[in-house]
Design a protein around this ligand. Structure first.
Ligand code: FAD
Length: 356
């Protein structure tokens, strides 16, 4: 591939692409093996995409249920850690185990010859017998394609770009999305701005006494049932976790009204097909993310929906490739701090067998 210099002539057993919670969980289990491995991470500092979250972000999972394998996140069963505490935890975790992370290295393309994977990066080429892709989804925000965006005069942001409510002081702001991000961002923007909440379906809140651990337990029940060949759908008690900022906003009546999904932008705001129009100064989309997999496209195994077929975390169409931490399709609750450990352990068992 053009532009590559030879960065590293070592042939690794495993290269992990990424340096966030998923990559660290894989490294945790790999360090117990004799396999030669490294992590290549685009970021300059530890912590993966948590570094780019908005400043006041609270985890929806209590501390005890936000831990990677081997080290409990401090705070116990009732406390929801914030962004800084989560970053400190991940930094300490990486330091404690002295994982071999090479930073500010972006893998731009992965190819495979008969024997090895060849990774083209911003620091030259690397080779490995097996690859674990753990690149998350933060760098691939999803915004629904709603017509007229170019005529709207105000800013349109995704939650991944949102930092500080004070930028919206005194404005009228539409917050789109009925998940945890939407509810948390609405909670703080509504303290300084006139807000409209736009949801595709009526928002559903978990009861206050049930925390994010329920979401993990529900995923676990589903996982166990699947393993036994049963189909089990846990009862949905709601999705939005009552973290303190959400409870305070609810008490201020912030969530009492909401609008359905709008159909197009206007110069001054947003509009629905029934003729309703609302003026707004800014729109913040809290509409989720898609997996970051473009570096794997040269392997030719990406399906039209942008995903790669897996059995568990192992890619089915090519030997020696695993995908970790992207969501339930790569393991139940695998996109959470507590859940990724289980898929990481299983992945390293498979890697060990493959490389033996
Ligand atoms: P990331 O943290 O995104 O790390 C991926 C790393 O790979 C990054 O460092 C990135 O720079 C790097 N990378 C990407 N592409 C390349 C490349 N080509 N080459 C080299 N490096 C690359 N989870 C919980 O458990 N509890 C919670 O309460 C919780 N709350 C959340 C709230 C919000 C608003 C959001 C958005 C997520 C929340 N999550 C929570 C989920 C969790 O943050 C993510 O799922 C998690 O960060 C994913 O970790 P990861 O390691 O898979 O990916």
């Amino acid at each position: 591939m053009e532009g590559d210099t030879t960065g590293n002539s070592t042939i690794y057993d495993v290269i992990i692409i990424g340096g966030g919670q998923s990559a660290l969980s894989i490294a945790y289990y790999l360090r117990r093996t004799n396999l030669r491995y490294i992590l290549l991470d685009s970021e300059q500092h530890p912590g993966g995409s948590w570094q780019h979250a908005w400043d006041s972000l609270s985890l929806f999972s209590p501390a005890q249920w936000s831990s990677l394998p081997g080290v409990i996140m401090p705070g116990g069963q009732q406390y929801y850690p914030n962004k800084e505490e989560t970053l400190t935890y991940l930094r300490n975790y990486e330091n404690r185990y002295q994982f071999p992370v090479e930073r500010s290295v972006t893998v731009t393309a992965v190819e495979k010859n008969d024997a090895y994977f060849l990774l083209h990066t911003t620091s030259g080429q690397y080779q490995a017998r097996a690859v674990v892709s753990a690149t998350g989804s933060f760098a691939n925000p999803y915004t629904p394609p709603i017509p007229g965006r170019e005529q709207f005069r105000g800013p349109v942001l995704h939650s991944s770009e949102y930092r500080d409510p004070n930028l919206f002081a005194g404005q009228r702001v539409a917050v789109v999305g009925e998940g945890n991000s939407g509810a948390q961002i609405l909670a703080e923007v509504s303290q300084v701005a006139d807000t409209m909440w736009i949801t595709r379906q009526p928002p559903s809140f978990l009861p206050d006494h049930i925390d994010g651990k329920y979401l993990f337990d529900a995923a676990t029940m589903q996982y166990e049932a699947r393993k036994q060949g049963r189909d089990f759908q846990p009862p949905s008690l709601g999705h939005i976790v009552a973290v303190p900022t959400v409870v305070a906003a609810r008490e201020r009546g912030v969530y009492d009204s909401y609008y359905g999904a709008f159909d197009h932008f206007t110069e001054e705001g947003i509009a629905w097909s029934n003729g309703q129009r609302e003026r707004t100064d800014a729109v913040i989309f809290c509409t989720g993310f898609r997996p970051v997999l473009h570096h794997l496209h040269p392997l030719g195994i990406t399906s039209p929906d942008g995903r790669i077929a897996t059995q568990g975390t192992r890619a089915t169409a090519i030997d020696g490739l695993w995908l970790v931490g992207y969501g339930s399709w790569t393991g139940f609750a695998s996109a959470t701090l507590i859940g990724v450990g289980r898929t990481a352990r299983q992945t390293v068992e498979e890697l060990n067998n493959f490389l033996m």
